[in-house]
Design a protein around this ligand. Structure first.
Ligand code: PLP
Length: 392
């Protein structure tokens, strides 16, 4: 018996455990201080009322012999795939409903998709990055190279013709930096992928936060992308589904590598290893796409966006460099006075009892940067920024 030794290569992530330790210590020593958490990467507003209603109705259906449902289609029910298909068509992206696979969230599929790719591929990951992209490839023993995201490129690296890779991760709007690619930027990646026979794994988890018609919500808004890209999305951040679990993955039929349809491979993978998302949850997700559902989730997104604006305006006022905030729930700021990420973390915690996330936890290029999130409560966000303003 041999273990998968690649797991020994995983770097322990101390980011959130160290934050928790420091915060607990601070609370113990300062029980009277009003701590404000702007580090959370989870949503806080509840599910939209139409979603809750749909889930309740679906539960009732499951409780009656006439409407009970057992195993559903592994790829998801047609009603949800068609609702998503229609959603894409608003920006002139025309997908076939069976190019859309319903998942229990983007994180699972971002990891699972690697099943259909050979181990010998070289993977390109931006730095700083959502840690899932790196760890899932370390587990499989793939070679990983990094694309530097930094102040010079606005945390939006572009392809380098001298660097060869086979699988490319792009997250836009980005976690942790909040930076968003323009169509021109994404087109450069699509052109690179087509030329080099690479596949782009496009994480669109935050697409709902985009406010401009000009910015791409989907990589399929770029010509040629169906021949080189798989897109992952999720209702987690867009509709508060972090605990309810539902998302989707788009694998276009035009995506053919080594004369093999990746759509076919993914279908085979899913029907073998996955038995679908609960009917009850898919009914809840379907309700997001109703007129009322869209209105209700937009209200929640507007709430977070207003928080982001409050944070961004404070940075503007103080002349602190940052990305994100406008089309993203994240503000990624350059630590003032050349502080390191962790120095700045301690400084904010000890002086104004505000918690954020040190950028260094997301990769070497994150050092000296800091992530604030808008998923908190309005009054607390305002209060945190008032304290921040007095400090700088
Ligand atoms: C939150 C998040 C997701 C969504 O994950 P789920 O598994 O769908 O909850 C995907 N990608 C990024 C970058 C995220 O931050």
């Amino acid at each position: 018996m041999k273990i998968n030794k690649n797991y020994l290569e995983l770097e322990d992530s101390y980011l959130f455990s160290t934050i928790a330790k420091k915060v607990n210590q601070f609370v113990k020593e300062n029980p009277d201080k009003d701590l404000i958490r702007l580090g959370i990467g989870d949503v806080t507003l509840p599910l939209a009322p139409v979603v809750v209603e749909a889930i309740k109705n679906a539960a009732d259906e499951m409780g009656k012999k006439e409407t009970f449902k057992g195993y559903g289609p592994e790829q998801g029910y047609a009603f949800l795939r068609e609702a998503i298909q229609k959603y894409y068509s608003r920006k002139n992206v025309n997908l076939e409903a069976d190019e859309i696979f319903i998942s229990d969230g983007a994180k699972s599929d971002l990891g699972n998709i690697l099943d259909i790719f050979g181990y010998e591929n070289t993977v390109l990951v931006p730095d700083p990055v959502y840690p899932v992209y790196v760890d899932t490839n370390v587990m499989a023993g793939r070679k990983i190279i990094f694309a530097d995201a930094n102040e010079e490129n606005g945390f939006l690296p572009l392809p380098d013709e001298n660097v060869k890779c086979d699988i490319i991760y792009i997250c836009s709007p980005n976690n942790p930096t909040g930076a968003v690619y323009t169509k021109d930027g994404l087109k450069k990646w699509v052109d690179y992928a087509l030329k080099n026979d690479a596949v782009i794994l496009f994480d669109a988890a935050y697409e709902c936060f985009i406010k401009s018609e000009e910015l791409p919500n989907s990589i399929y808004e770029i010509e040629g992308a169906k021949k080189c890209a798989i897109e992952f999305c999720s209702f987690s951040k867009t509709a508060g589904f972090t605990g309810t679990r539902c998302g989707y993955t788009v694998v276009p039929k035009e995506l053919v590598k080594e004369d093999v349809s990746l759509h076919k491979f993914w279908l085979r993978r899913q029907t073998t290893k996955f038995n679908g998302v609960p009917y009850i949850v898919q009914k809840g997700a379907e309700a997001i796409f109703s007129e009322k559902g869209q209105e209700q989730i937009k209200e929640n997104i507007a709430y977070y966006s207003e928080n982001a604006k409050i944070i961004a305006e404070t940075m503007d006022k103080k002349g602190i460099w940052y990305t994100g905030g406008k089309h993203s729930p994240y503000i990624w700021l350059k630590c003032p006075n050349n502080m390191s990420s962790w120095e700045f973390f301690d400084y904010l915690l000890n002086n104004i009892a505000v918690v954020g996330t040190p950028g260094a936890g997301f990769g070497k290029n994150g050092e000296g940067y800091f992530r604030l999130t808008s998923f908190g409560n309005r009054e607390k966000t305002i209060e945190a920024m008032e304290r921040f303003s007095k400090l700088f």
